[in-house]
Design a protein around this ligand. Structure first.
Ligand SMILES: Cc1cc2nc3c(=O)[nH]c(=O)nc-3n(C[C@H](O)[C@H](O)[C@H](O)COP(=O)(O)OP(=O)(O)OC[C@H]3O[C@@H](n4cnc5c(N)ncnc54)[C@H](O)[C@@H]3O)c2cc1C
Length: 409
């Protein structure tokens, strides 16, 4: 049995690992192995092109790392909020009480909302808009002073279309915080160690898939015959004819732009993640060397993260223009050009689905209407309410299981 997997991201490689010994598998990859977790190497170290950390609930990722001889390190990651040019740490109860842009009543409302989120039936809220939901439940002030900047930073121009169900589900999974902050995980020296270990022994071909055709009981992928195809690349890149025959629904995607900086100085004193409310260039400053030890790198590593849309103004600017924009904007926070050792711009056109109203009805099943054609990746069931490394590893495991049940066992 010959299986073609399109994409050597986490979903594709996880599927291939779980089909080992059952089928003859070829993975086609047009860019770098690792997909959105691919990395950039300076002469001294490698670092993810886009910031990455994992969570205590990421069971499949932690288990995979362990099986490959790697350990996840856990650290409290301190967070903050930049509002009107000032950065406020928001971790301990005292720091939260001191935050001046929300009243005490608003803070209590937010705390109760978070505590109750686990018991909510969010499925009922799928057709309700997030703006409408927050406004009705928490009021205009919490919407404008707290959630609105976060939504704009996360979804770019599409923020108004996001479903309230998504927010409720997201708050519920992220409410397991300690009093001092949230514990996040990382594979010391980089997730590229996981990617490299996964890749060992897999048959990955550096080749873009340009043509998939249904021929008899099987498929032709770039003219080569396969019995089964597993599509893990973003859905907008899939051929319309196949999409229609497979009954796959349209899903809108966001795109990401990240400036990755090696610097002599840090921006904040000790924060890992600072949400930025008042910038139209980036929505978060992520200081990797306030999460992992500075000594592992010998310089500060800072990401400036922006979400856009595939046709958005930011995504379509040249890297040169973006470098200038990001450097000018970060200087507002005290990091001058002289403090910057180097800066790189990384873009991903399809970096995650937009969790629009009605999204729950669109989640892509592994089995499609086209027998032998499977889909796994960012729009699969384990990637709701947030696409993640763990979600794609789990989708790879589950799609491999579906193939075994249908063809191989
Ligand atoms: C800015 C950013 C930050 C993130 N931070 C985190 C985080 O902190 N924690 C977390 O858990 N997750 C995070 N994620 C999400 C996580 O990286 C992804 O959900 C996960 O890696 C997706 O894996 P995938 O295999 O489903 O898709 P992808 O990684 O997109 O893999 C798909 C692969 O298909 C290839 N491909 C596309 N078209 C073709 C073709 N025609 N032929 C051959 N190959 C093709 C692509 O090159 C790619 O390698 C982040 C993502 C982004 C963008």
């Amino acid at each position: 049995m010959k299986v073609a997997i399109v994409g050597a991201g986490l979903a594709g490689m996880s599927c291939a690992l779980n089909l080992e010994g059952y089928a003859d598998v070829v993975i086609f990859e047009k860019n770098d192995v690792g997909g959105l977790v691919s990395y950039y190497c300076t002469g001294n170290y490698c670092i993810e092109k886009f910031y990455h950390h994992c969570f205590k609930s990421d069971r499949e990722l932690i288990e995979l790392a362990k099986n490959l001889g790697l350990k996840v390190t856990w650290r409290i990651a301190r967070i903050g909020y930049a509002f009107d040019g000032k950065i406020y740490p928001l971790n301990t109860p005292i720091e939260i009480l001191k935050y001046p842009h929300l009243s005490l009543i608003d803070k209590i409302k937010l705390a109760v909302f978070t505590l109750k989120s686990k018991r909510r039936d969010y499925l009922k809220e799928d057709d309700r808009g997030v703006i409408e939901g927050i406004k009705e439940e928490l009021g205009e002030n919490i919407l404008n002073k707290f959630f609105m900047p976060l939504l704009k930073a996360k979804f770019g121009e599409y923020y108004g279309n996001v479903s309230y169900a998504w927010l409720l589900a997201r708050v519920a999974i992220r409410s397991n915080r300690k009093l001092s902050g949230e514990e996040l995980g990382y594979i010391r020296h980089g997730f590229h160690r996981l990617i490299e270990k996964m890749r060992e022994g897999l048959n990955v071909r550096k080749e873009e898939v340009r043509r998939i055709e249904k021929i008899g009981k099987g498929f032709e992928v770039n003219g080569e015959r396969f019995d089964i195809v597993v599509y893990t690349a973003p859905l907008p890149t899939l051929d319309e004819k196949i999409k229609k025959a497979a009954g796959i629904q349209e899903i809108k995607y966001q795109s990401s732009v990240c400036a990755l900086i090696g610097a002599k100085e840090s921006v904040t004193e000790d924060l890992y993640w600072t949400n930025v409310a008042d910038s139209n260039i980036f929505g978060a400053i992520i200081e990797h060397t306030h999460f992992m030890p500075f000594e592992d790198y010998g310089e500060h590593i800072i990401y400036l993260a922006s979400y856009s849309t595939p046709n958005g103004w930011l995504f379509n600017k040249s890297n040169d223009e973006l470098r200038k924009l990001y450097l000018r904007e970060i200087s507002r926070f005290g990091l001058s050009e002289e403090d910057v050792n180097w800066i790189r711009i990384f873009k991903a056109k399809y970096s995650g689905p937009i969790y629009e109203k009605g999204y729950l009805k669109k989640i892509t099943p592994y089995r499609t209407k086209l027998k032998g054609f499977y889909v796994a990746g960012m729009t699969s069931p384990p990637n709701y309410p947030e696409r993640s490394m763990n979600g794609s590893i789990k989708a790879g495991i589950e799609v491999a299981q579906a193939i075994k049940e249908d063809f191989l066992l």
